[in-house]
Design a binder for this molecule. Structure first.
Ligand SMILES: *[C@@H]1O[C@H](CO)[C@@H](O)[C@H](O)[C@H]1NC(C)=O
Ligand SMILES: *[C@@H]1O[C@H](CO)[C@@H](O)[C@H](O)[C@H]1NC(C)=O
Ligand SMILES: *[C@@H]1O[C@H](CO)[C@@H](O)[C@H](O)[C@H]1NC(C)=O
Ligand SMILES: *[C@@H]1O[C@H](CO)[C@@H](O)[C@H](O)[C@H]1NC(C)=O
Length: 392
């Protein structure tokens, strides 16, 4: 009964609907709606799947892809997690806030070493007369160092064991940064090893570091086994292979960058968990990938992409060349200081050479202020040469 009534009602409705003579006026708006929907759908598709070939671009805009891309707001490639949103907003605000202005800006020289520093006497000569413009921090991971220079006495930070290639290396770098950040006069933070030596007098290095607003963090894209071959998908979604970078660990960074490095726990924890030597058959070296990849994600334009510390990999061995006393000559040091092009070579079969000029505030300058690796026996030769080679 009920269904019959409903059916009847329905029939009644149909019967009371306007007849076929009323339909043509309805069709026109219908077609317009369909057309508009079609065009919208087409544009949405074009937006989500941007045209890749130039001919496709031509269909959308006679000015090419750029016109269309400019017209539409950018869409993030994916939805960020809560942690990523929080992390990115903190980083952005630190980078956008003006740096602390110090009346007495200093450079923090942070030494990573197993024990005593073989070149303390050379550094002593380097620092002499520049008191108040630098501070020294020593992280000795194996044995308590014996200091011979007054600039190094009582400058040891509480340290912990460091294993080459492991996250403990990054932990030591962060520990040094945190200690050095306690002094608000420190504006630039240079990481050095026990085998590093300065290539210029203090003032040259001080001015080079202070009068630029970029950090010198080494970074390049290596599609080969020693680069992307070390990447693990388990770092997803936060760390994508497109952002994975490689670079030498010896950095110099400005204060804002030092702060974002010690503030980061999200990306750091990804590297701690999935970038380890021998993990899942990969030989990921945390200190060669964490910082270059982190900066690629949060401030790619803020780093120079080369390290200020020269090292000679030309022998293509697992470790770089170590200079012995007979190698240390005026010519060697002049050779190193005359380099003004940064070169990186990929580890795949192509051995692609990536090189770019070392631009300092837009001017091509010597790339290197420091060099490694010098064996302890070179000290006397270096002390003798220092007054000579260090004159720029
Ligand atoms: C660095 O300083 C230059 C001018 O000295 C300025 O044009 C540039 O925007 C600054 N860059 C950053 C990242 O602050
Ligand atoms: C460093 O490389 C990145 C790309 O990986 C680039 O965006 C950035 O501009 C480069 N930095 C400088 C100072 O050229
Ligand atoms: C210095 O560079 C020149 C030219 O590249 C090279 O022939 C020479 O062997 C280098 N000398 C040293 C000591 O490295
Ligand atoms: C430095 O020493 C080299 C050789 O030992 C010499 O040729 C050169 O003229 C010296 N340079 C200066 C500035 O004294």
């Amino acid at each position: 009964m009920k269904t019959e009534k409903v059916w009847r009602l329905g029939m009644g409705d149909v019967q009371t609907l306007p007849g076929s003579r009323h339909r043509p006026p309805m069709r026109k708006p219908m077609w317009i709606i369909v057309l508009v929907l079609f065009v919208c759908g087409f544009l949405i598709c074009a937006y989500i799947y941007p045209p890749r070939s130039s001919s496709a671009c031509y269909v959308f805009s006679s000015r090419g892809c750029k016109g269309l891309v400019d017209w539409l707001p950018p869409i993030p490639a994916r939805e960020y997690t809560d942690e990523e949103i929080a992390s990115r907003v903190v980083v952005r605000d630190i980078l956008n806030s003006p740096p602390i202005v110090s009346k007495n800006p200093k450079v923090a020289f942070m030494f990573l070493s197993p024990g005593s520093l073989p070149f303390e006497k050379l550094w002593d000569k380097f620092f002499q007369g520049h008191e108040g413009k630098f501070s020294v921090y020593v992280h000795a991971s194996k044995t308590k160092p014996v200091h011979v220079s007054r600039y190094f006495v009582k400058r040891d930070v509480r340290s912990d064991q460091v294993v080459w290639g492991k996250i403990s290396m990054v932990d030591a770098e962060r520990r040094l940064l945190a200690n050095a950040l306690q002094d608000s006069d420190n504006q630039q933070f240079v990481l050095l090893s026990d085998s590093c030596v300065p290539l210029y007098p203090f003032d040259y290095i001080y001015n080079y570091l202070m009068h630029t607003n970029i950090s010198f963090v080494d970074s390049f894209k290596d599609p080969g086994p020693h680069g992307n071959g070390r990447y693990s998908d388990r770092m997803l979604p936060e760390v994508e292979v497109k952002d994975f970078r490689k670079g030498a660990q010896w950095f110099s960074m400005k204060r804002q960058h030092a702060i974002i490095v010690i503030a980061d726990s999200l990306y750091y924890s990804k590297f701690r968990a999935y970038c380890q030597p021998g993990l899942e058959g990969r030989n990921c070296i945390a200190d060669e990938h964490y910082l270059p990849t982190f900066f690629q994600m949060v401030d790619p334009g803020g780093i120079a992409n080369w390290s200020l510390t020269h090292v000679d990999w030309s022998e293509r061995k697992w470790h770089p060349k170590s200079y012995k006393a007979q190698d240390v000559t005026y010519e060697l040091l002049k050779n190193i200081t005359s380099i003004d092009i940064s070169v990186h070579v990929t580890s795949d079969d192509k051995k692609e050479v990536q090189s770019w000029p070392c631009l300092w505030n837009g001017i091509q300058k010597p790339c290197y202020l420091f060099a490694r690796k010098f064996t302890p026996e070179t000290l006397h030769k270096l002390l003798h040469l220092f007054s000579n080679y260090s004159t720029p």
